[in-house]
Ligand binder design. Structure first.
Ligand code: GDP
Length: 298
């Protein structure tokens, strides 16, 4: 049996980490690794695609069907959504009855540029420490940050709006190539079906790896529980494939490399910033040698 979820403690830990600097992150990283890692499901897509609503539906479905402890984290560096208020609104109170093990939280960074997604590995690790079985991570899917976020989830679902508005944008950002599942959302809207056919064609063209995972294209709607169940089943199939193909282990190794690289980069930044102006007048070799020495000494 797990101990009861301490929501206040978890909430505080997440808020602190969301805005933490390097030192705090390193402190957290020196703790022993968590005993187990939650299954991580990423939902990404443009604002308004229906991610929050879908994340709530999916989390409830998985909680009811799969059981265990399920968390939803919404990361949004640019909007003032805070403390799960908005996300929480998407779920009716009566649906939460008996859902003690569902935890929902939106996290916004104080400024748009402090790179909240930089702290993603630690935020997700906190969820592992609080013994979550599954975490649904919602991120806004435009740009580089998403590619970094991609590394930290097991299954990435790209949520597209039914009118195809940002499909071209998504392709430009390369998201089409990294998503594991495509969901044309708000399938209750008539345009959705036609757009879904277009996406299916685009995906077939962009992804023709015969050996690998073939990303399914689904139509989803918050109003259609069967479509949520179908999405959930696709996530399970992808997860089974990750385990069977050894891809999950490769992902784990890639995550560790990413973290080490990020720690080193931050330390390098510290050393560079610390130098007086005269240091940069030295010959290049001396600058490199001097900086390396300081790096090792810190
Ligand atoms: P996000 O910005 O991607 O997180 O999108 P939201 O979850 O906030 O949803 C944006 C809007 O779309 C809200 O007004 C929702 O009520 C609406 N919405 C969400 N899911 C559906 C759906 O399945 N069908 C329809 N018709 N509207 C939806």
């Amino acid at each position: 049996m797990k101990t009861a979820l301490d929501r206040r403690l978890l909430g505080r830990a997440l808020t602190e980490l969301a805005n933490a600097g390097v030192e705090q992150l390193l402190e957290q990283s020196s703790l022993p690794p968590p005993e187990a890692s939650a299954r991580r499901i990423g939902l990404t897509g443009a604002p308004g695609a229906g991610k929050s609503t879908l994340a709530g539906r999916l989390a409830l479905h998985r909680l009811r069907r799969v059981g265990g402890r399920v968390g939803v984290l919404a990361i949004d560096p640019s909007s003032p959504k805070t403390h799960g208020a908005i996300l929480g609104d998407r779920i009716r109170m009566d649906e939460l009855e008996g859902a003690q093990d569902l935890f929902i939280r939106s996290l916004a960074s104080r400024t748009a540029s402090d790179g909240l997604t930089d702290n993603l590995p630690e935020l997700l690790e906190v969820m592992d420490r609080f013994a979550f079985d599954e975490v649904v991570l919602e991120t806004v899917g435009v740009g580089q940050a998403e590619h970094a976020a991609r590394l930290h989830v097991d299954t990435l679902v790209l949520v597209l709006p039914p009118d195809g508005g940002d499909a071209v944008q998504a392709m430009k950002a390369g998201i089409m190539e990294v998503a594991d599942i495509f969901a044309v959302n708000k399938a209750d809207i008539p345009e959705a079906r036609r757009f879904a056919a277009d996406v299916r064609r685009m995906v077939t063209l962009a992804r023709h790896d015969a050996e690998g995972w073939r990303p399914p294209m689904l139509l989803t709607s918050a109003h259609d529980p069967d479509s949520i169940a179908a999405l959930s089943d696709a996530i399970d199939r992808h997860f089974a494939w990750l385990e069977a193909s050894g891809q999950r282990d490769r992902n784990r190794l890639a995550r560790r490399k990413y973290r080490l690289r990020r720690w080193l980069e931050r330390r390098i930044d510290d050393v560079v910033e610390r130098q007086p102006a005269a240091f940069f007048e030295l010959p290049a070799e001396q600058q490199v040698a001097g900086a390396l020495q300081q790096l090792v000494a810190t």
